[in-house]
Design a protein around this ligand. Structure first.
Ligand SMILES: Nc1ncnc2c1ncn2[C@@H]1O[C@H](COP(=O)(O)OP(=O)(O)OP(=O)(O)O)[C@@H](O)[C@H]1O
Ligand SMILES: [Mg+2]
Length: 362
């Protein structure tokens, strides 16, 4: 151990994802034809997967992979967007490391170009295209990864309220993929409704591909839980396959929740931890639905049918627009997940299913 390195009882695990990483790498072997949208339930591992993909591809001589994580970047005005997309090249820059590929400007420009962009004498989209052309001329494939793109939702080009930045960006991305085949563009979002808007936009739909990153499979979860020392550096306890089964039945393949359960097991027995966890999930549902009959009616349908389509709610005495608003709220609050490609709603994960079930049982 290095001198100042902290010692913890447990480490952050990274399980499998071979199939997803192979899919992403496979895309790079195809000519860019469409924007790739990564979707999936809350905390399904989208961001972690994309960071892993960056780590595995950044050393590749023929690739220029850049990652923009808009959750970490302060982006609420047009200038913030410019700063996150453009970087002024300084003399004698060091060889790029992993961190230099994250959040510090996709496009290297010199100070005079930056000045022109800021003074609105140069069109940033033209500057971006020129940079992409330069790279491809040198035989390098540009790969742009943007996480949490919905953060740009309320930004306007040059403060012109008629021109939404995100629309301009999408037009640019379509031009760079479907039309010019210049760059691979990968976009992830934790906001199911944002991606639904994209999916319902007929212009965009024809130029996009959707890929779902889901929670871990049972096989992966069992492998993890039966090898805690290998994946999580846990030495204080081990689990039997019966124990692992119980954890799977409670939280499924939701990694964040598995980590939470593992942390609690240092101090409490398994059955106690799982019973308490389910009760807490019931509490989340109780808080959310409190004094709201409409929410209750919607969740009752979900409780009976787990995977629900819009038509399953049609018999409820709730007006269409109100129902739509309600479902949007449930997705926003991560009670339900909405799969934009299948137009289906379901609880965010097994633990939410438990919460809903216990709520209606009592
Ligand atoms: N392959 C994996 N194995 C184990 N744990 C993982 C894995 N991928 C992600 N995690 C853990 O799951 C949690 C959520 O991951 P992450 O933030 O990547 O999900 P996300 O889908 O981007 O979430 P959001 O919907 O909020 O954007 C983190 O605690 C992360 O450490
Ligand atoms: Mg994320």
């Amino acid at each position: 151990m290095k001198k100042h390195e902290m010692q913890y009882r447990k480490d952050v695990a990274f399980i499998n994802r071979e199939k997803d990483l192979a899919f992403l790498k496979g895309c790079l072997n195809e000519r860019p034809e469409s924007i790739l949208f990564i979707h999936g339930p809350k905390s399904s591992g989208k961001t972690t997967l994309l960071y892993k993909f960056l780590e595995q591809t950044q050393e590749h001589q023929k690739l220029a992979v850049k990652f923009l994580d808009l959750r970490e970047t302060f982006t609420n005005v047009y200038e913030d967007f410019l700063k996150s997309f453009f970087r002024v090249e300084t003399r004698g820059e060091k060889k790029e490391s992993l961190t230099s590929n994250i959040n510090i400007g996709f496009f290297k420009i010199d100070a005079s170009v930056e000045k022109k962009i800021l003074e609105k004498r140069a069109d940033p989209f033209k500057v971006m295209k020129a940079e992409l052309l330069d790279l491809t001329r040198d035989g390098i494939k540009p790969v742009l990864i943007i996480d949490e793109l919905q953060a740009l939702d309320k930004i306007y080009l040059n403060d012109d309220k008629e021109r939404q930045l995100i629309t301009a960006l999408f037009n640019f991305f379509v031009a760079m993929t479907k039309q010019a085949h210049l760059a691979h563009i990968i976009i992830a979002s934790s906001d199911g409704y944002f991606l639904n808007t994209v999916y319902n936009d007929s212009k965009l739909k024809k130029c996009s591909r959707f890929y779902k990153v889901d929670y871990l499979t049972k096989e992966d979860v069992m492998d993890w839980l039966l090898n805690l020392e290998k994946y999580s550096k846990i030495k204080d306890y081990t689990l039997t396959s019966g124990d692992a089964d119980k954890i799977w039945e409670t939280v499924g393949g939701s990694m964040w929740e598995i980590q939470e359960i593992l942390a609690r097991l240092f101090d409490h027995p398994l059955d106690e931890v799982l019973t308490a966890y389910k009760k807490e999930m019931r509490g989340i549902i109780a808080h959310y639905t409190e004094f709201d009959k409409n929410k209750l009616q919607v969740l009752e349908v979900v409780n009976k049918k787990e995977i629900v389509s819009g038509t399953d709610f049609e018999t409820l005495p709730i007006e269409g627009p109100e129902l739509k608003e309600l479902l949007r709220d449930m997705v926003k609050n991560n009670i339900l997940y909405f799969d934009p490609t299948l137009a289906l709603y379901y609880p965010q994960g097994k633990s939410y299913q438990w919460g809903i079930r216990l709520y209606f049982e009592q």
